[in-house]
Design a binder for this molecule. Structure first.
Ligand SMILES: C[S@@+](CC[C@H](N)C(=O)[O-])C[C@H]1O[C@@H](n2cnc3c(N)ncnc32)[C@H](O)[C@@H]1O
Length: 417
């Protein structure tokens, strides 16, 4: 399959095999009518009552099946945050599978971008996990070859395709990605395993498969997307890629490297979900101006910061940075956008806990939101020391203004005060 490097011997996906005696057999038992009935019964199960529930079910079902069903019920509850209630309770998971799966909102955004090229009808999803991305691709009308080398994970992906009525569009293959000929596919998607036995892996060459392998597979295909950690240094981004950072509900979820026609090599993009708004620059932006704190403060979304597009927002709101090293923007006019949270600033003081406590007491602040950039103070510790009392609320920013530790006090422009 074109230019590929050998897979790393240090394989973080090795722990994808559960420590249960025979997880695949336990999973297959859940797919029998008895297993399915048990899972139905556990739909509204209360984890606080787990022991009582297990004892009751073991009177009429084999103990191993009950424990597999309870495990699956727990995983479904965890999966609701990513897949929503309706899908999560039809789908199946493994502990690593639910942890590593792409959430529906992000996977659907990515699938839409592939579909919008008008040229992607088939995708080889290399490293499909339990199928988070394969499902979104299929729902965008794309036929998917979904590959995972872990037999249990592949079986779960197969079960998910069937459970969601997408088995006509998703073919699951249990294989090593290095064995797959991707030539017949319009595009390749790679989501390498980034967790090993000792937790998260930061070195892209320690991913399974390594980033250099995934990049080789991407460059050999007409179009491709690689899912990577949002913390990737910009220097590590291949010149042929468009880099996109995606946030959902204010949290940065991932970065994607796009390759091929329809994607702009060398460009940077920040996409903010659920709004679906996207900010783009064809090249790195010049530094933004820095100046005194004005009436308003704007906190850029994490995707904008990671994509190094803060200077674009500074220009849009006709503002300036409060410090050349801090991603807080200030301005003199109100500005609303999906890329920022805005605040009206009432006070600017040198950092001083005693003064802050006195001011909050005078203003009868009982609820304090603490935000910080460029400060080592722990928000919880600060809140505890303030001994907050009163009916009012406020936001304090612990930061630096022109290099000096500073407290900015204010309230959000929209939403709860
Ligand atoms: C991050 S997960 C994929 C999650 C998936 N995109 C989703 O949304 O559900 C990575 C998967 O890659 C698989 N994997 C790692 N190395 C592999 C290899 N060399 N060949 C095939 N699968 C591999 C692991 O078993 C794991 O399930």
């Amino acid at each position: 399959m074109g230019r590929v490097n050998a897979l790393a011997p240090n394989d973080p996906s090795a722990d994808d095999r559960s420590d249960a005696p025979d997880p695949l057999a336990a999973f297959l038992a859940l797919r029998t009518p008895e297993g399915a009935a048990l899972l139905d019964e556990l739909r509204s199960y209360d984890p606080a009552q787990e022991l009582a529930t297990a004892t009751r079910l073991r009177r009429t079902h084999p103990a191993a099946l009950v424990s597999a069903a309870l495990g699956q019920a727990r995983l479904r509850q965890r999966a609701v945050a990513k897949f929503g209630t309706e899908d999560a309770y039809r789908m199946f998971f493994t502990p690593n599978g639910v942890e590593q799966a792409t959430r529906t909102s992000v996977a659907a955004h990515r699938a839409r971008r592939f579909a919008k090229t008008g040229a992607v009808r088939t995708v080889a999803d290399l490293c499909c996990g339990i199928g988070g991305d394969a499902i979104a691709l299929a729902r965008a009308g794309i036929s998917v070859l979904a590959v995972d080398r872990d037999p249990l994970t592949a079986e779960v992906a197969r079960a998910n395709a069937a459970a969601l009525g997408l088995d006509e569009l998703i073919e699951v293959r249990c294989a090593d990605v290095a064995e797959i000929d991707t030539a017949p596919y319009d595009a390749v998607f790679v989501d390498p395993a980034r967790r090993g036995g000792r937790g998260r892996i930061f070195d892209p060459e320690a991913y399974s498969p390594p980033l250099s392998w995934a990049t080789g597979a991407a460059l050999a295909a007409p179009r491709a997307a690689l899912k990577i950690a949002p913390g990737i240094p910009h220097e590590a981004i291949p010149a042929q890629a468009e880099a996109e950072w995606i946030s959902d509900g204010g949290d940065v979820k991932e970065a994607v490297l796009w390759f091929g026609e329809g994607f702009a090599a060398g460009s940077y993009r920040a996409t903010v979900l659920p709004a679906g708004a996207t900010l783009w620059s064809g090249a790195p932006l010049p530094a933004a101006p820095v100046g005194p704190v004005g009436r308003y403060l704007y906190e850029p979304d994490g995707a904008v910061i990671r994509a190094h597009l803060v200077a674009d927002i500074v220009a849009r709101c006709e503002g300036r940075l409060i410090d050349e090293t801090i991603a807080y923007i200030t301005g003199d006019r109100p500005y609303e956008s999906p890329y920022t949270s805005g605040y009206e600033i009432t006070d600017e003081l040198p950092f001083n806990m005693k003064k802050l406590k006195a001011l909050l007491r005078e203003r009868k602040v009982g609820v304090l939101t603490v935000k910080k950039r460029g400060s080592a103070v722990e928000p919880e510790e600060l809140r505890r020391r303030m001994k907050l009392q009163g009916p009012n609320s406020a936001t304090v920013f612990l930061t630096r203004v022109a290099g000096a530790p500073t407290m900015l006090i204010g309230h959000p422009l929209t939403g709860p005060a």
